[in-house]
Design a protein around this ligand. Structure first.
Ligand code: TYD
Ligand code: MG
Length: 451
């Protein structure tokens, strides 16, 4: 049989006919190695298997109602859409130290079925110490710290456990692949093999994955396409608040979030988050505004704090916690150009209190107001709520679920609420009394700063 030499990247597994210093696929240096591929094998691969298939009319396909395993942690089930589905594979990611292993153990403790916890990063003693700290009671969790793929797959195949957590997928390696653990090649291979077992034996497999510097799930973005759901645990530095989001969910919505607080004995569910997001101390200072954002079925009241002060260096400083930096730059540009405020040469700090990252542009107008409040050292009365997105021409644009936001603000005692003119028709005349509809930012500022 004739053999041919190709060059394969030990990091991502891509093959090339010629050797190059830098892998054109993943950009790693010096990772290409010679491998022999027989001509016959190559031809077989390119031909693929010949199988007969049949076509089914789309409306004749029967949809099965699947049983889900509720995790019995309300905030997790909310994000999952009710629980874990058999034969699904989930990627659970987050930065190191955010609380992934903690939440995994808590889920395995409260779910009512046998599970295997594969920890390639910690010894059984370390796992036990964490388990004691969070008060694990279940006797249905089986632990191993093996990290060789072949041993893990055998364990899974032979055990009756329904749920398997691999903590982390970057620590798992196959002895048959020369690349180091954590490389794209290893991670992808392990995921594919685990996926096969999951589908064949109806197992739920959760892969814990670290995030790299760029915020990607370390190594392969490709994993996101293979798995059924991608969950992410997030939190700002210096805050105990943790958010669980679904970036992808084949079996449910991606809009819901789960909220937790990291305490001395694990993650505690936050059932009344608004208490946390509003810090009572800052109510009477300039630079503070309040708004409402919608995350799935839940509406949260958000407090924004800004500090605008003359810059002592040539290049003014910018720092934003909990909101998109580019969005802040846009708001500043609009305030500068459309309202003639000389705000951009100042140092600017913006903070969403409570340590949550908000993606909702309905916060724009409240951020702009908070900046101007700090710039002019003007205290906005506590009972004013501000909702609206800012457009490039200085207009206040409508946002989704406006009624829900207004209801929540009213519930918390906000007496006057500023909101986009376009939403006026959504409210009855009786309710409109304390709602102030605006079309432009300048109108909003006229109301807020000339009360
Ligand atoms: P961990 O779950 O190990 O994070 P990850 O698996 O994402 O790397 O959690 C690490 C941090 O959480 C660590 O800094 C200690 C803290 N922690 C608590 O505050 N309370 C607890 O009950 C536990 C178990 C951890
Ligand atoms: Mg961990």
């Amino acid at each position: 049989m004739k053999s041919k030499i190709v060059y394969q990247c030990t990091n991502c597994g891509a093959t090339f006919p010629r050797w190059v210093g830098k892998c054109p696929n993943c950009g790693e240096w010096n990772t290409l190695e010679e491998v022999f591929v027989s001509e016959e094998e190559k031809r077989k691969k390119s031909r693929g298997k010949t199988q007969t298939s049949s076509l089914v009319p789309i409306n004749a396909i029967q949809v099965q109602e699947y049983f889900r395993f509720p995790t019995n942690i309300k905030e997790v089930d909310r994000v999952l859409g009710g629980g874990l589905l058999p034969s699904s594979i989930i990627l659970f990611s987050g930065e190191p130290g955010i609380g992934k292993s903690t939440l995994m153990l808590q889920i395995l403790d409260s779910i009512d079925t046998e599970s295997i916890y594969v920890s390639g990063e910690e010894s059984p003693e370390q796992i036990k110490l964490r388990a004691e700290r969070i008060g694990i009671k279940s006797n249905k969790i089986f632990v191993t710290n093996d990290s060789q793929l072949e041993t893990i797959t055998t364990l899974i195949e032979q055990h009756s456990a329904n749920i398997i957590v691999i903590d982390s997928i970057q620590a798992v390696y196959s002895a048959e692949i020369p690349s180091p653990p954590g490389s794209v090649f290893q991670v992808r291979n392990a995921t594919n093999q685990l996926m096969e077992i999951s589908k064949k034996q109806d197992k739920i497999i959760i892969l814990v994955g670290h995030i790299n510097k760029e915020g990607n799930i370390a190594g392969p973005k490709v994993l996101e396409h293979i798995v059924d759901a991608v969950l992410m645990l997030e939190g700002e530095k210096n805050s105990n608040i943790r958010m669980l989001r679904a970036l992808k969910n084949r079996f449910g919505s991606t809009l819901e979030i789960g909220l937790f607080e990291m305490c001395g004995n694990g993650l505690i569910e936050l059932t009344d988050p608004n208490k946390i997001f509003i810090s009572q101390s800052s109510i009477k200072s300039s630079g503070t505004t309040f708004s409402a954002v919608v995350e799935g079925a839940r509406c949260l009241i958000i407090e924004i704090q800004s500090l605008v002060s003359p810059s002592s260096y040539g290049v003014p400083q910018r720092n934003v916690n909990g909101y998109d930096f580019k969005r802040l730059q846009m708001i500043l540009a609009v305030l500068d150009k459309k309202l003639g405020l000389n705000i951009r040469q100042n140092d600017i700090f913006v903070n969403i209190t409570g340590g949550m990252f908000i993606y909702d542009t309905g916060l724009d107008l409240a951020i702009a107001s908070s900046l101007v409040s700090s710039l002019n050292d003007f205290v906005i009365p506590y009972e004013i709520g501000i909702i609206g997105e800012i457009g490039l021409t200085g207009e206040v644009r409508a946002v989704s679920s406006i009624e829900k936001r207004v209801n929540e603000m009213e519930k918390l005692g906000f007496k006057r609420i500023i909101l986009p003119r376009r939403s006026e028709s959504d409210f009855s005349a009786k309710r409109k009394k304390h709602l102030l509809f605006v079309e432009k930012i300048s109108e909003a500022f006229d109301i807020i700063f000339h009360l």
